[in-house]
Design a binder for this molecule. Structure first.
Ligand SMILES: [Ca+2]
Ligand SMILES: [Ca+2]
Length: 499
């Protein structure tokens, strides 16, 4: 997949371009430009009109020409310090680039734009960038990524106290889930919409209220078919409650586990995350957009806690890794906002005699009403050549299982009933290069990771614990399956009915 990056484009040879000549093509429609007239004040009318013209030209289908002109305008805007013009030119550049070739990975470009608007404190723009990203992902057929991008728009909007704008983004999430006929995810969206309506009441326009009513009615049938939504969560959630990691000592492997912090409230929360190893110290801690990365082991301690701010609905992964030196370790992960505390544990074991590949971690999870916490597995490979492993995931109770390659975000398989076999019409096998009817994964010289979403089918059976086991099979060898990991998923009966 080709990745695009602006930085290179924008520091290119703009100065040599000549302005487009388009005097004959009036009138120019300024409505394509985002923001209000006030927001554009001081950015210079010449560039603003030219930008509107170029957008119009691109919309007519002259994409390559429009992109070249947008690059030139962005270059001029940057040299003048005209931020809004620059941003608008860049946004349309991404749109036209994607329109020309939807296989292009626009994430680096979008991340770059998001970083700029944050740096410039153009906070409202963050919402529209996530919404734009979602629309492009949707148009490119990536509906789940589009849902995630709209989710980010809801989080920023709620944080900025723009509740109606958040609800508009939630509506887009609901539409995407409904069109994909994903009742479970749709149910989650409505749990969150109802939470916002109840806990962040504001006056909504008639049109937004009508849109909410219509969308709710359209999705009701689908939601009624979906299994349990899980227990209602209050405030902050930390999962899995327990995790265990087993890696090879003789191969000097690093053990790594992942926790997920979920702000299950419609308000921004601030608190402290503390990681306490029993026998060693926290030796590295990095927190970024994609989560927190913490190492524990021997070495200089860097401080075992950090202040974190989580937007309404935000989920943050917390990776904890333990190097091979020093051996077995138990780590306590604790979140506190000063009133409530959430605790989880990670245990790290080092052994010898492990097979050439294994699933190195397991956890104990709870289903929750409005948020998914997927099971997370890393697959370690100790061989020398890249080869194919079959992956089998089996649930002890009927469950829809969605298996994703975490590294690429690609859906590998959907097992509609969780029996580990792909025979029924609803089962989907998307990655099976060796055609043996089991999903496969290329394993090479580094750890691979899987994410598995589990959606119980039968509310009565799901009231207890469900065991979800992961096995691997060397696709080229004997066919023997090695059961490596068993997760426990608790699906408490629902305490509320939606919608
Ligand atoms: Ca099946
Ligand atoms: Ca296969």
């Amino acid at each position: 997949m080709r990745r695009i990056c602006f930085t290179l484009l924008l520091t290119g040879a703009f100065g040599l371009s000549t302005p487009a000549s388009h005097a004959a093509d009036a009138p120019v429609d300024l409505s394509a430009l985002g923001g209000t007239a006030e927001e554009w004040l001081g950015e210079g009318n010449d560039l603003r009109f030219e930008l509107a013209y170029v957008i119009q030209n691109g919309k007519k289908g002259n994409l390559a020409e429009a992109r070249r002109d947008l690059e030139r305008i962005a270059g001029i805007a940057e040299s003048r310090g005209s931020r809004r013009t620059w941003l608008e030119a860049e946004k349309w550049w991404v749109k036209f680039t994607f329109q020309e070739d939807s296989s292009v990975d626009i994430s680096p470009a979008m991340e770059d734009l998001l970083a700029r608007v944050r740096e410039w404190s153009m906070l409202g723009e963050e919402i529209s960038l996530f919404a734009m990203w979602a629309d492009l992902l949707r148009d490119g057929g990536q509906w789940l990524m589009a849902v995630k991008a709209q989710d980010r728009a809801t989080q920023v909007a709620l944080d900025l106290n723009r509740v109606p704008r958040a609800l508009e983004a939630f509506l887009q999430m609901a539409r995407l889930c409904r069109r994909e006929k994903h009742g479970w995810r749709l149910k989650q969206v409505w749990v969150r919409i109802d939470q916002v309506l109840k806990e962040r009441p504001v006056e909504l326009s008639d049109s937004l209220q009508a849109a909410l009513r219509t969308e709710r009615a359209s999705g009701a049938g689908l939601i009624a078919q979906a299994g349990p939504g899980g227990a209602k969560v209050e405030g902050l959630d930390l999962q899995p409650s327990d995790s265990r990691v087993l890696v090879s000592a003789s191969d000097r492997e690093v053990g790594r586990t992942r926790f997920v912090l979920t702000n299950a409230s419609p308000f921004t929360v601030e608190g402290t995350l503390k990681i306490s190893p029993e026998h060693s110290a926290v030796t590295a801690w990095e927190t970024g957009e994609s989560g927190a990365y913490v190492s524990v082991g021997k070495g200089d301690a860097v401080g075992a806690q950090r202040s974190l701010r989580l937007l309404p609905g935000q989920q943050m992964p917390v990776f904890v890794e333990r190097g091979p030196e020093g051996g077995q370790e138990k780590v306590t992960v604790e979140w506190s906002d000063g009133q409530e505390t959430r605790t989880a544990f990670g245990e790290f074991y080092f052994t010898s005699g492990l097979p050439a590949s294994s699933v190195v971690n397991v956890g104990e999870f709870r289903l929750q009403a409005g948020w998914s916490v997927p099971l997370y597995h890393e697959i370690y490979y100790r061989g020398s050549r890249v080869h194919t492993e079959n992956v089998r995931v089996v649930s002890s109770a009927p469950c829809r299982l969605e298996i994703f390659d975490y590294d690429t975000g690609r859906l590998l398989a959907v097992d509609a009933d969780g029996d580990g076999a792909f025979r029924s019409a609803d089962d989907k096998l998307l990655e099976d290069a060796d055609s043996d009817n089991m999903p496969d994964l290329q394993v090479g010289d580094r750890a691979r990771a899987l994410e598995i979403f589990a959606w119980p089918l039968n509310p009565a059976a799901a009231a207890g614990d469900i065991t979800i086991t992961i096995s691997l099979q060397d696709a080229a060898a004997s066919g023997e399956w090695r059961e490596d990991a068993a997760n426990k998923v608790t699906a408490k009966p629902e305490t509320q009915t939606q919608p």
